[in-house]
Design a protein around this ligand. Structure first.
Ligand code: 5AD
Ligand code: SF4
Length: 475
């Protein structure tokens, strides 16, 4: 079953998730690959592109690492902890490989890009190192590694979007899917490693995105999430000689929403500086564009925001929140927040807590600052907030968020919402689990004699809640 949190941006429950074999796949494979993914949704979406490339090479997916000929880890570099987890997994695989020589081990993704061939020196067991823009070269790299050469391709590209590769959706519940619309990031937030691991921003061909979403709908999917590091700066300029106009994010969103009113559309992530009134009005115009915006604030202090190179002030962010509330009164807003960035004072921290109140986030991804090699912050500023203080501030942020979430969920009690059924609830096959347009999880009993199935929309009246789940009954 789908893990409920799969629409989250950086979902702890999915870290290390393995690909299940595709049950409806008519092909039979002589060789097997195993892939474990870490990091954000972009990385999970990339693993689906890698699976597609490997299927064509005659490798089928397995969840049993012991029967794999190829073991891949799709890695994340965003915080030090993410990298440590991957290193630990690699030592597990080392043991496996010593019992089964000939197995190839590959590191994909952001950590591969960050460490490049250093990986081969540091982790002797690794055979293949491939960055996020080089997955098309996997067949060649696998051949080279089979011949006993260690192979690396970490070239970043200004064009690669894998637009023509149909991802293999192995772990999906058949209801919701992720669609990459762009790659890379040009923002240069000073704390962030992404511009170095994923390269320059580029937008994928609009027609291929709309085609992929339409195919998904025709296969029975009811929800697509358009993914990018910064979706609001999506801007596709058709190649020379093509007769189409440039496509903005608002226009892409509208075209995807027009595929069918039965197809829900979500998107992530929005940079506050880039989300436009056009996007907000498009969201208001289509019931099937979900009323939920992930709008990371990072800090509530203008001084810290400036050091972070976020290019907005506290007041500017608050105005953006006002605008969202004005145009989309029923929209939920979620955020990413970093505690203890370089030079952060107690006053700055208080500013973060108060902007959380102001924005009334429904959910937050909260972290303490982790210095990353090569970033602007690492080069320019001192990581001078002691770890204990970072942790204390983070705890206060988490407590504030828990309170905000609970208050917000309580307001839903007594209301009726349109819910898309994701499948059986984890606890009981007698209950459904689904989500509202605001992306809140709802659990409710199945009705006797009713013919509901996953992928259906139902109206649910909410009777109770916790800070993360609504409970109710079909009406
Ligand atoms: N330390 C802590 N958190 C970070 N993030 C990005 N870089 C760092 C870092 N060096 C957080 C930001 C971002 C989310 C994906 O991860 O909040 O929005
Ligand atoms: Fe995703 Fe960033 Fe982690 Fe790369 S470093 S996987 S882009 S969160």
């Amino acid at each position: 079953m789908l893990d409920l949190a799969t629409t989250k941006v950086h979902d702890e429950a999915r870290q290390g998730e393995q690909f299940a074999p595709f049950t409806n796949d008519p092909n039979s494979y002589g060789k097997r690959f195993y892939i474990e993914s870490y990091g954000c949704q972009m990385n999970f979406a990339d693993s689906e592109v890698v699976a597609s490339i490997l299927n064509k090479e005659g490798f089928g997916a397995t969840r049993n690492v012991e029967e794999a000929d190829l073991i891949f880890v799709n890695t994340c570099s965003i915080r030090e902890k993410a990298e440590q987890t991957v290193r630990k997994r690699l030592t597990d695989f080392k043991r496996l490989k010593s019992g089964k020589p000939g197995t190839l081990i590959g590191v994909l993704g952001c950590m591969a890009e960050r460490l490049k061939s250093k990986f081969l020196e540091e982790e002797k067991l690794v055979d293949i190192v491939v960055g996020p823009d080089a997955y098309r070269s996997l067949p060649r790299l696998i051949d080279e590694a089979n011949d006993g050469q260690k192979s690396v391709n970490v070239l970043l590209s200004r064009e690669e979007t894998y637009a023509d590769i149909a991802p293999v959706r192995l772990n999906s519940n058949g209801v919701s899917a992720f669609v990459s619309i762009m790659r890379g990031c040009n923002n240069m937030c000073s704390f962030c490693v992404v511009p170095f691991t994923r390269g320059r921003e580029r937008s994928r061909d609009a027609a291929s995105i709309i085609g992929e979403c339409r195919d998904l709908f025709e296969q029975g999917y009811k929800e697509v999430t358009l993914l990018g590091q910064n979706v609001d700066s999506y801007h596709y300029i058709p190649k020379e000689g093509m007769e189409a106009d440039a496509v903005s994010f608002a226009s892409l969103l509208e075209q995807v929403a027009q595929i069918s009113p039965e197809l829900r559309v979500r998107f992530s992530t929005s940079h506050p500086k880039d989300i436009t009134d056009d996007v907000l009005h498009t969201m208001a115009a289509y019931e099937n564009i979900c009323k939920c915006i992930h709008l990371p604030v990072q800090s509530g202090s203008t001084r810290v925001l400036q050091l972070m190179n976020r290019t907005y002030t506290r007041e500017w962010y608050m105005k953006k929140v006002d605008r969202i509330r004005e145009i989309l009164p029923d929209c939920s807003i979620t955020s990413d927040i970093i505690a203890g960035f370089c030079t952060e004072t107690d006053e700055d921290h208080q500013d973060t807590l108060s902007i959380m109140d102001y924005s009334n986030y429904v959910y937050g991804y909260m972290f303490y600052y982790s210095e990353r090699p090569g970033t602007l912050a690492q080069r320019r500023y001192q990581d001078d907030v002691p770890l204990e203080l970072k942790k204390k501030r983070l705890q206060e942020i988490i407590e504030k968020q828990n309170q905000l979430s609970l208050n917000d969920y309580k307001k839903d009690v007594g209301q009726t919402y349109k819910v898309l059924i994701d499948g059986d609830s984890k606890r009981s096959s007698e209950q459904w689990v689904g989500r509202t347009s605001q992306n809140k999880v709802v659990i409710f009993p199945k009705q006797e004699n009713a013919e509901h199935k996953k992928g259906d929309y139902v109206q649910v009246t909410i009777s109770d809640c916790t800070q993360a789940t609504l409970f109710g009954a079909i009406v």
